[in-house]
Write a protein that binds this ligand. Structure first.
Ligand code: PDD
Length: 288
């Protein structure tokens, strides 16, 4: 297997990497994670990702085994060892190994797992012609702002999308609020204005979302961070989704109905282009 793993203080190949069955990540999903993409060996928006990791861990009273600087060094070292052009870095930190009792164990050492794999390029057609999505019920817990490794509702909804031949499932709460995708934030464009669900406990505050919003505001696009209904979603002029690995991806059909004219929209294309430029600028600065 191509790539590298770091498990509790040692680098190894991906197939050698193991964690104990006593690990609370395995027993309870008691842990947090981050996904960072590297471009030309440079982890993009690393500060924002590590800041969110710290926030997620804090909210679960999970002490991180390394501080920010140590994590940055570790990521750089792992990325350097792989020498992939573009890579995906996963960081998973669990509360550690202990006999299976729900309450926090005393004096347990957190488990830190880091992996680096070559980034698989997304099919170009998804950007050129747009992706499809379904709408699925949001069956997650009430703290979606925490990037927890418990992803079962996301897994089930993504599987539903996959079985429907769609790329993503866009999630809606019972009260008719669209929150986000199973692995992405969701945006719509209506009459030139950009809408997305607000930060808070119903969504994960995406790093790509924040950058996209900053770029949109810089372009003079009106941004409205508020919930919208499935009906508004379906009647949008444009829909797109964002995350670390897909960046800005147009969605042109939902539940087999076309969105707008069924093609990636102008605003989406503009933001996708600006996002790419932002990456290039970040890399150029990081190299200085
Ligand atoms: N997922 N919302 C959810 C539920 C997510 O899982 C993700 C990212 C996002 C977008 O966050 P960001 O822009 O910071 O990547 C929003 C990652 C990619 C994953 O689980 O693999």
């Amino acid at each position: 297997m191509e790539g590298i793993a770091y498990v509790n203080c040692a680098f190894m190949s991906l197939d050698e990497a193991k964690v104990s069955i006593e690990d609370r990540g395995f027993q309870f999903g008691d842990g947090v994670y981050e996904v960072i993409k590297t471009y030309n060996g440079i982890p993009f928006a690393q500060e924002a990702h590590l800041e969110r990791l710290e926030r997620s861990a804090n909210m679960l009273e999970l002490p991180l085994p390394k501080n920010r600087l140590e994590l940055e060094k570790l990521i750089n070292e792992a990325v350097r060892r792989c020498s992939f052009q573009d890579a995906i870095v996963y960081l998973q930190i669990t509360r550690g190994c202990a006999p299976r009792l729900h309450a926090f164990p005393n004096k347990v050492k957190p488990t830190l797992v880091l992996t680096v794999r070559r980034a698989r390029p997304m099919p170009e057609e998804l950007y050129e012609y747009g992706a499809s999505a379904i709408i699925a019920p949001d069956e997650r817990w009430l703290r979606c702002d925490i990037k927890s490794i418990c992803l079962l509702p996301n897994v089930l909804a993504k599987e539903k999308a996959s079985r429907a031949g769609a790329f993503e499932a866009i999630l809606t709460r019972n009260d008719g609020r669209i929150t986000e995708g199973t692995t992405s934030n969701v945006f719509i464009v209506k009459s030139g204005k950009l809408y997305t669900a607000p930060e808070g406990n119903w969504i994960l505050s995406g790093v790509t979302r924040a950058i996209t919003l900053r770029l949109a505001r810089r372009e003079g696009i009106t941004v409205i961070e508020d919930f919208f209904s499935p009906e508004i979603l379906m009647s949008a002029d444009e829909v797109f989704i964002t995350n670390t690995s897909i960046e800005v991806m147009p969605v042109v059909s939902i539940d087999k109905q076309p969105i707008g004219d069924g093609q990636p929209g102008q605003v989406t294309r503009r933001l996708a282009k600006l996002f790419k430029a932002e990456i290039l600028q970040y890399i150029a600065q990081a190299k200085l």
